[in-house]
Design a protein around this ligand. Structure first.
Ligand code: NGO
Length: 517
């Protein structure tokens, strides 16, 4: 299915004040849709009378309609009522059923003609994805919170779109620096536009424990009281965390909680002396070294602790997976690491969840349902390839391609460079389906862009490192390999820059992209 390219000028509204950069083509979308058939004779124009009609009897479709109206109303000033769909051929319709069968569980079909925009999907997730495409097909000013003058035209034609991989993720490290609920919600808004469907939260590390666990209050009151650099840290109460999970769910994003173990556990060890083999609690840690801490493998209290932690995470998590970390356990002997994992894997299963973890844990030969997250910097990993052979599906996060905390170039003020410098073309130019030797496409569960926060203090820092690279990784996760094309991507990315300016999203103005002025 080739994407048809169409001259953007074909839809340029004549005799208006629209800048050329706002002229849209049906292909001007990130991630690139699976199939696009523009029709230059058609185009839909939003106006005062446009109605958003949603599938009758579906509360989810209505909620998606209200979210769409929430984006379109402030900038257009139009009333855009959201009503049950009695007349699906006028205005904007969001319908469940009747879509091209290729859309599957998460895809959608979008048809734009002179008098209607019709999005059809099998599921609400697919409808939501379709509305994100529709946003991008309108001029960038549509994202404004204030009323704008513009020609609110959607280019005509048909899109049939569906994801390449099941897991299209972003990871945020809220341990090294703590981020408020509102900051995380803002990041959810940012990533949802690119059809990301998983938010992996790194909730505990040496520098801070960020989630309340019943029976272990010092984890948060003490273990959450600081962060890298010695700032005040913080944590999410159960209520706040559930609010985040629900907010993500409203954008069809599943939160995957991670508690890293047996290493990266200084915050827990500092909070409870009994978790240490010598019974002595180490001090809190505000530096950025890794690999120095370990839970005590031979103490029974360790497994009582983990049982309580996993039990609580499982109860807070609607998704199937709990992330158990498992990386850089340099302070744990290899034999102890295996002994530890043999105890922990059944605990996760007991609480009704499947396990995911940094790829090191495949050494413990987890069940085939376990998802190893590959974060190496090489294209060969025998343990990971052997896991794929055994049936495990691998999540791809190669550090030298997908780590959003790596600097763009040597002058980037934030970030690290241990895995190399990652410009946006480097983040884009790799194929998750053939990246690691002997891990074929069928063994790949998806792609995730981790954002570690040793050097990041607030949402502006997060956005500066995520944009424009996050959309590159999101496209690798969603779009068919056949659409992969750097020249096409960089052109489309320039258009996204216009939207970030309107949205107030901080981004790195990479010299690789011809941003519109
Ligand atoms: C590594 C390490 C993290 C660091 C990160 C920084 C993994 C899986 N463990 O990635 O603790 O924060 O690099 O880039």
């Amino acid at each position: 299915m080739a994407v048809t390219t169409v001259a953007a000028a074909a839809f340029s509204p004549s005799a208006t004040a629209e800048p050329a950069s706002a002229a849209k083509s049906l292909t001007d979308v990130i991630p690139a849709p699976a199939s696009v058939s523009p029709d230059a004779r058609q185009a839909f124009r939003l106006n005062w009378t446009t109605v958003i009609s949603t599938e009758r009897g579906s509360a989810e479709a209505a909620a998606i309609g209200r979210q769409l109206a929430g984006v379109l109303r402030p900038s257009t000033g139009y009333p855009l009522p959201v009503v049950p769909a009695w007349y699906p051929n006028h205005g904007i319709s969001l319908l469940l059923g009747g879509a091209d069968p290729r859309v599957g569980q998460e895809g959608y079909e979008l048809r734009v003609s002179r008098d209607s925009v019709v999005i059809r999907a099998k599921t609400a997730a697919g409808l939501f994805a379709g509305t994100q495409t529709l946003r991008q097909l309108l001029p960038a000013k549509i994202e404004s919170k204030n009323r704008q003058r513009a020609n609110w035209t959607v280019p005509g034609g048909r899109i049939v779109d569906f994801p390449r991989f099941a897991h299209r993720g972003a990871m945020l490290d809220v341990s090294r620096h703590f981020f408020s609920v509102n900051e995380v919600k803002r990041y959810i808004d940012d990533i949802a536009q690119y059809k990301v469907n998983r938010l992996h939260l790194h909730l505990a590390d040496d520098q801070g424990w960020r989630i309340e666990i019943p029976g272990w209050p010092r984890l948060t009151s003490y273990g959450g009281s600081t962060e890298v650099g010695g700032g005040p840290g913080g944590y999410y109460t159960k209520k706040q965390y559930l609010d985040l999970v629900a907010y993500a769910k409203s954008k069809y994003i599943t939160v995957i909680p991670e508690i890293d173990m047996p290493g990266h556990t200084n915050a827990a060890l500092a909070s409870y002396a009994e978790l240490n083999c010598n019974g002595i609690a180490p001090p809190l840690y505000t530096g950025t070294d890794v690999g120095f801490s370990s839970l005590c493998i031979d103490k029974e209290i360790t497994y009582k602790f983990i049982d309580d932690v996993i039990g609580e995470l499982a109860s807070l998590t609607p998704g199937e997976y709990i992330h158990i970390g498992g990386d850089e356990a340099h302070a744990t002997k290899p034999a102890d690491y295996l002994k530890f994992m043999q105890r922990v894997l059944p605990i996760v299963a007991k609480h009704g969840k499947k396990v995911t973890g940094w790829h090191e844990f495949v050494k413990s030969v987890p069940p085939a349902s376990a998802v190893p997250q590959y974060w190496g910097t090489d294209d060969v990993d025998e343990d990971v390839a052997a896991a794929a052979q055994r049936g495990n599906k691998i999540l791809m996060s190669p550090a030298h391609k997908s780590y959003l905390d790596m600097k763009y170039d040597e002058n980037t003020p934030l970030g690290q460079d241990w895995a190399g410098l990652i410009e946006v073309d480097t983040a884009y130019n790799w194929d998750p389906g053939s990246f690691v030797k002997d891990v074929p496409e069928a063994s790949v569960r998806g792609v995730e862009a981790p954002l570690w926060s040793e050097t990041l203090e607030d949402i502006k820092d997060i956005e500066f490192m995520a944009f424009p690279r996050l959309p590159a990784i999101a496209e690798l996760g969603w779009s068919p390999a056949s659409t992969h094309d750097w020249e096409s991507f960089r052109g489309r990315l320039a258009g996204q820059g216009d939207r970030w300016k309107v949205q107030g999203v901080t981004f790195y103005p990479s010299p690789k992209i011809a941003w519109h002025s």
